[in-house]
Design a protein around this ligand. Structure first.
Ligand code: PLP
Length: 374
């Protein structure tokens, strides 16, 4: 089965990992800081904290921004459920605001209408790799006095008005799951603009431990002493995986070029196919495409999904509206809340897209899809 997304691992990646396996540090060693520094070269210098996965990154982002019981987080329903559930885990209430019908990114006006006195964070999602409308979202967040989070699980390497993802929100979260734009197996990171929030994120990743002598409440306890001032968790990324991340970052520009090539080919080869809508791109966005989300018209999405799968083409649907999950339904969230997101979901189908997909494999996907819709 041709997957919809998968990692690209070469000998340089394997060599980077085996080198760390032979070293003294499997975790809490020098590769982690090295990976964070290398990552910051892609976030316009915004400092990064590596964590164990993209969900941990979201949890860390919300916790570092002070999200807690009774707070409200406004986000998009066109996302993986983790964008919302990480806020629920902190006791917050999630409000879903509807999306732009073309990009499926959070509609700034809908987000603005969803704000209340309890709102702490607006969390945008760069769906498929296309950056959200950060200028509008920043204005809305600033005038409301709330923080802006970017769930950039899809979009490391993308640019918005010539600025890199990672520099566009107060906190940006990344995922390095194998299907994403680069991988560490499991892994993630947060990029944080404010120094205080950065410190809070670093602490949350490591149990909330404080070690700086000047900050200890009990500085005379002994040289071994460390204190937890606010609860955190163990969300560390091991050095073995950080080394893979560094190696993958060296290949990220090539990954972006290859994804762009494949997207341009899909755009061209599928342009004339009736019953199909192709992904929209804003002029001011330079996406590193993670997904190639087409729209299958005329109520045929399920049929097309099943026939492509039966042919060995592992298409995917991204995403069911997050509040359709029974855990949200049980909390009283009802279908129909975000009609644009639901209409998008009803037609969406993600075609195979990853750097090692060959042009010939892509031709086969295109011919099979066009044949079904003919
Ligand atoms: C993959 C993904 C996540 C979660 O990342 P993990 O590394 O799988 O925990 C969060 N948000 C979005 C939009 C994602 O696609």
């Amino acid at each position: 089965m041709l997957p919809y997304g998968r990692q690209s691992i070469d000998e340089s990646d394997i060599e980077a990992v085996t080198r760390v396996l032979r070293s003294d540090w499997l975790t809490t060693g020098p590769e982690v800081a090295g990976f964070e520094d290398d990552l910051a070269a892609w976030t316009g210098g915004t400092p990064c904290v590596a964590v164990s996965n993209g969900t941990a990154a979201l949890h860390t982002a919300y916790a570092a921004l002070g999200v807690g019981r009774g707070d409200q987080v406004v986000t998009s329903p066109v996302t993986f459920v983790a964008t919302a559930s990480a806020a629920v885990a902190l006791g917050a209430t999630v409000t879903f605001a509807d999306v732009d019908p073309q990009t499926a990114n959070l509609d700034p006006e809908a987000a603005a209408s969803a704000l209340t006195g309890r709102t702490k964070v607006i969390a945008a999602v760069d769906y498929a790799g296309h950056p959200a409308e950060y200028d509008d979202l920043t204005k809305i967040a600033e005038s409301a006095g709330v923080s802006l989070v970017a769930d950039a699980a899809h979009s490391i390497g993308s640019r918005y008005r010539d600025r890199p993802v990672g520099s566009l929100a107060d906190v940006t979260t990344f995922s390095f799951f194998p299907t994403k734009n680069l991988t560490t197996g499991e892994g993630g990171a947060v990029a944080v603009r404010d120094a205080g929030v950065l410190t809070a994120a670093r602490r949350f990743r490591t149990h909330g431990l404080v070690r700086e002598p000047a900050l200890l409440r009990d500085p005379h306890e002994g040289g071994w002493h460390q204190e937890v001032h606010a609860f955190g968790l163990n969300y560390r990324l091991p050095d073995v995986l950080a080394a893979l991340g560094r190696s993958q970052l060296r290949r990220l520009a090539a990954f972006k070029a290859r994804r762009a090539h494949l997207v341009a080919r899909y755009d061209e080869l599928l342009a004339g196919v009736a019953g199909l809508g192709l992904p929209a791109r804003r002029d001011h966005a330079d996406p590193m495409w993670h997904l190639y989300p087409v729209r299958v018209r005329d109520g045929r999405r399920r049929e097309v999904y099943e026939r492509l799968r039966a042919a060995g083409i592992g298409v995917q649907v991204n995403f069911i509206p997050a509040y359709w999950h029974p855990a949200f339904a049980d909390l009283g969230y009802r279908r129909g809340m975000c009609p644009v997101a639901e209409a998008f979901y009803a037609e969406e189908l993600s075609l195979p897209l990853y750097p090692d997909l060959t042009d010939a494999e892509q031709d086969w996907v295109v011919e099979t899809l066009a044949g079904i819709l003919r």
